[in-house]
Design a protein around this ligand. Structure first.
Ligand code: TXA
Ligand code: MG
Length: 368
C-alpha cells in the first residue's frame, strides 16, 4: 500500500475551492485524506464505504475494535448516520456544533459496522474548521476520521506530524497549519441511561453540565494493562505514548516544580538525556536540563493544550530518554491536558510530596 503522499498547502480560513475538490474526489473514490480540524488532524475516508474505512485502520495500524468518529458538515447529516436521536443530542448539537464535542448515538444500518468496531453505536461530530467543513460538504459524504497518527503515537496537531507518521500511507494531506485547540474532542455517550463522558477533550465538562447536569465522567485511570478490561472502546491507558518514557508529577504547583527539578536532575546525573515539559514561568528553573519544551503559562490552559502534543513530539524527536512533566489545573481544558499526560505516562503518577522511590528507565533503576 506504499505510495507517495501528496501535500497541499491551504489557507485555514479560505481554502481554495480547487484544492478542496481534489481532496473530495479522493474521498469519493475510496481514498484517504488527512485534514485539519480545530482539535487535531484527522485521517478521513468515506464513512459509508467499508473498504475505505478498512484502509484507515490499516494505515494507522489500529485495532479494528477501536471505533472511529464520523464527521459531518450539516445538521441534517446527523439523522443520516444516527437513529433514534434523542432531543438532548439536538440541544447539545445546537449549542456545541460545529465544535469539539463528539456524541455517541445509535448507529444507522447504512453506516458500516466496521466504522464503530462492530458496535451498534456511532460517534458523530461536526468539526469547527473551515477546511474540514468544506471538505465534508464538497465530498457530499459523512467522513470517518480518527486522529491522523500511527496507533499509540501522540495525536498530530501539524501536517508535519501526519507526514512523520503516515507518509506513504495516506493519499493526500491538506496542510492548513497548526490546529487551534490541540487536544481531541470530548466524547459524550448518549446511549446510556445517564450520559457519560468517555474522553475529556476540547469541550470542557463544566460547559456540558449546563445542558447535562447529571453527566458522569468515566474514570479513565484504570489499570495500565492495555488489552484487558478497557473501560470504553479505544480507551487504552497507553494511548498517547511518546517513544521516551514520561514521568508525571502530581500535586500543588510549587511542590510539583520542586520535585520536577529534583527528578530531572537525578535522571540526568545517571547519564540519561532528559526533556522537561515546563510551564513558561518555570523554565528558568530547568537551565541545567538537556531539553526544555515550554507548554505555556500555567494559567493559560488553552495555550498549553495547543502546544502539548507538538512539544511531546519535539522532545521525542530530540532523542531524549525520558520526559518529565507536572500537573496543571484540572478544570476546563485542564481535564483533557491531565488525561493526555496521564496516558503518555502510561498511568503512572509520582506524587510530588511522596518520598523518593525507584523507577525503572530502560535498564536503569533510579530513585527519584
Ligand atoms: O477531536 C477528535 O475527536 C479527533 C478529530 C480528528 O476529530 N478525532 C479523534 O479520533 O480523536 P480518534 O479515533 O483518535 O478517537 C476516537 C475515540 C475512540 O478511540 C473511542 O474511544 C471513541 O472516540 N469512540 C468512537 N466511536 C465510539 C463509539 N461508537 N462508542 C464509544 N466510543 C467511541
Ligand atoms: Mg486518536
Amino acid at each position: 500500500m506504499l505510495h507517495t503522499t501528496r501535500v497541499l498547502q491551504v489557507d485555514a480560513a479560505e481554502p481554495a475551492a480547487g484544492d478542496i475538490e481534489v481532496a473530495a474526489v479522493i474521498l469519493r473514490a475510496g481514498g484517504l485524506v488527512a485534514f485539519p480540524t480545530e482539535t487535531v488532524y484527522g485521517l478521513g475516508a468515506n464513512a459509508l464505504d467499508s473498504r475505505a474505512v478498512a484502509r484507515i485502520f490499516e494505515a494507522k495500524g489500529r485495532p479494528f475494535t477501536d471505533p472511529l468518529i464520523v464527521h459531518i458538515a450539516a445538521d441534517r447529516q446527523l439523522e443520516e448516520v444516527a437513529e433514534a436521536v434523542p432531543p438532548l443530542a439536538h440541544r447539545l448539537a445546537a449549542r456545541f456544533w460545529p465544535g469539539p464535542l463528539t456524541l455517541v448515538l445509535k448507529r444507522r444500518a447504512r453506516v458500516p459496522a466496521t466504522v464503530s468496531g462492530g458496535r451498534d453505536t456511532v460517534a458523530v461530530r461536526m468539526p469547527n474548521h473551515p477546511v474540514a467543513l468544506r471538505l465534508i460538504a464538497a465530498a457530499g459524504l459523512p467522513v470517518a476520521a480518527p486522529s491522523a497518527n500511527l496507533f499509540m503515537r501522540p495525536s498530530p496537531t501539524q501536517a508535519s506530524h501526519v507526514l512523520d507518521d503516515l507518509s506513504g500511507r495516506v493519499d493526500l494531506i491538506l496542510d492548513a497549519g497548526p490546529c487551534p485547540i490541540g487536544v481531541e474532542s470530548t466524547v459524550l455517550d448518549l446511549t446510556t441511561p445517564i450520559p457519560v463522558v468517555l474522553r475529556p477533550g476540547g469541550a470542557p465538562v463544566e460547559d456540558l453540565r449546563a445542558l447535562v447536569p447529571d453527566l458522569e465522567i468515566l474514570n479513565r485511570q484504570v489499570s495500565a494493562d492495555d488489552s484487558e478490561a478497557q473501560p470504553a472502546p479505544g480507551m487504552f491507558v497507553k494511548h498517547y505514548s511518546p517513544r521516551a518514557r514520561l514521568l508525571l508529577i502530581a500535586g500543588a504547583p510549587d511542590v510539583v516544580l520542586h520535585r520536577m527539578v529534583a527528578v530531572a536532575t537525578a535522571l540526568q546525573n545517571r547519564g540519561l538525556q532528559v526533556g522537561v515539559l515546563a510551564a513558561a514561568e518555570d523554565a528558568q528553573n530547568f537551565k541545567a536540563i538537556d531539553q526544555v519544551a515550554i507548554l505555556g503559562r500555567r494559567d493559560d490552559l488553552a495555550g498549553i493544550s495547543h502546544q502539548l502534543f507538538a512539544q511531546i513530539r519535539t522532545l521525542d524527536k530530540s532523542g531524549v530518554d525520558v520526559m518529565v512533566a507536572g500537573q496543571f489545573a484540572r478544570t476546563g481544558l485542564g481535564l483533557a491536558i491531565w488525561d493526555r499526560l496521564l496516558r503518555a505516562a502510561e498511568g503512572m503518577i509520582i506524587h510530588a510530596s511522596a518520598p523518593p522511590a525507584p523507577v525503572q528507565i530502560g535498564a536503569l533503576k533510579i530513585t527519584v
